[in-house]
Design a protein around this ligand. Structure first.
Ligand SMILES: [Zn+2]
Length: 157
């Protein structure tokens, strides 16, 4: 992830921070490790399905777009990315784990959750009420976030 994108999340107050101290026998070697992470996108609730937020610039946004993008704009962008992921058959409902499709009327919604951590995910409208149960106890630093698939070709279609 580009530093500019990471800074954008910092500006919006959405960076996840983890501070770990590893204590070694030699006192002066103690290390404090700070890990900063932008909110991930969950293509399903499986650990392997967490992705880093894609970069709007890679999807044709102007190079300086992050200077004026609001959180609402980012939600809109991520929503478009998730729609393409659904079209590609890559996304599952976070609650019932069924593969999502666009249906006659899109039967699912993209949700930005803030508890226990910031994360975008997708779930059926009917499943959303069970989200809290499935989010409980999760720690974003325990999941490996993979780089997002480039779905630009779907945007052009
Ligand atoms: Zn569902």
């Amino acid at each position: 992830m580009r530093n500019e994108l990471l800074s954008w999340f910092a500006r919006e107050g959405l960076l996840l921070t983890s501070v770990a101290t590893s204590v070694s026998e030699e006192e002066e070697d103690d290390e404090v490790k700070v890990v900063l992470k932008a909110p991930p996108i969950a293509l399903s609730r499986a650990d392997r399905d967490f992705r880093e937020c894609p970069d709007p610039v890679e999807y044709g946004y102007p190079a300086d777009c992050l200077e004026y993008m609001l959180l609402e704009d980012m939600h809109h962008f991520v929503m478009s990315w998730l729609e393409q992921a659904v079209r590609a058959g890559m996304a599952r409902c976070f609650v019932c784990n069924r593969v999502l499709d666009m249906g006659e009327e899109r039967p699912w919604d993209a949700v930005f959750v803030s508890d226990p951590f910031y994360c975008w995910l997708v779930a059926h409208f009917d499943c959303k009420r069970y989200l809290n149960r499935d989010l409980r106890g999760r720690n974003p630093f325990e999941v490996q976030t993979a780089p997002p698939e480039y779905l630009g070709s779907y945007f052009d279609a």
